[in-house]
Design a binder for this molecule. Structure first.
Ligand code: PGA
Length: 251
């Protein structure tokens, strides 16, 4: 089954108000006619409101890089799914490797964030990926299978249309060393098999699995040609209009 490609740009803690708005305006202009793929950007929290307004009326969706696992209350420094929705955000990343490894977010917390994001009406991109040690120790499948299974605990089949999975091997993120198409294909196939076991084959076949880790204009088409790769989650190459546009328009 053909799934609609989903190209997303994670800005991480980069760009400022002016350069962010300029980038989104350039994307609006550059992808106005692109209807056969989904496009989203993930700016830092403080710019979301303004970026949503800059993207209004276009096919560029705006997502947050994180959310709180609670709905509201005494959680200083946190932002809820409802607040994100309130400013027009439609998507959210959960379990990005930097959240897992630099900020100590474990599978249980990621799961609560997935559940909260869905309850708050957001589309959730759940990120999974193994470290180099885990890959070298032949534990890739064990690790990504666990992250996927625990991350989706309690998520019913009816909510899956608002779930995307991102396979991002930690050793490929920001390193310039992307997974080979064969490595990506193997991991994506494995993840789809796990999804099939958790739900059923039809559900597993409809969920998009993005690849992330050093995706660039010159490797995106090869990666997207892999049958189980349905999109890309892009970091560094999403910070400039020309390179992200080239990625969005791959063929
Ligand atoms: P990268 O980041 O494209 O800079 O490797 C990917 C990501 O962290 O989502």
């Amino acid at each position: 089954m053909k799934r609609k490609p989903f190209l997303a740009g994670n800005w991480k803690m980069n760009l400022d108000r002016k350069s962010g708005v300029e980038l989104v305006r350039a994307l609006r202009d550059g992808v106005g006619g692109v209807g056969d793929r989904d496009i989203a950007v993930f700016p830092p929290f403080v710019y979301l409101d303004e970026i949503v307004r800059a993207a209004a009326g276009s096919n560029v969706r705006v997502g947050a890089q994180n959310l709180c696992d609670e709905k509201n209350g005494a959680f200083t420094g946190e932002v809820s799914a409802e607040m994100l929705r309130d400013v027009g955000v439609t998507h959210v990343l959960v379990g990005h490797s930097e959240r897992r490894h630099l900020f100590g977010e474990g599978d249980e917390l990621c799961n609560r964030k997935v559940v909260r994001g869905l309850a708050g009406g957001l589309h959730v991109i759940l990120c999974v990926g193994e470290t180099l040690d885990e890959r070298d120790g032949a534990r890739t499948e064990q690790v990504i299978g666990r992250q996927l299974t625990k991350g989706l605990a309690g998520v019913d089949a009816g909510s899956l249309e608002r779930i995307t999975i991102a396979y991002e091997p930690v050793w490929a993120i920001g390193t310039g060393r992307n997974a080979t198409p064969a490595q990506a294909g193997e991991a994506h196939r494995y993840l789809r098999g796990v999804l099939s076991g958790l739900y059923d084959e039809r559900a597993a076949n409809s969920i998009r699995i993005q690849y992330g880790g050093s995706v660039k204009p010159d490797n995106v088409a090869t990666l997207m040609a892999v049958p189980d790769v349905d999109g890309a989650l892009v970091g560094g190459a999403a910070l400039k209009a020309d390179s992200f546009l080239a990625i969005v328009r791959y063929n």
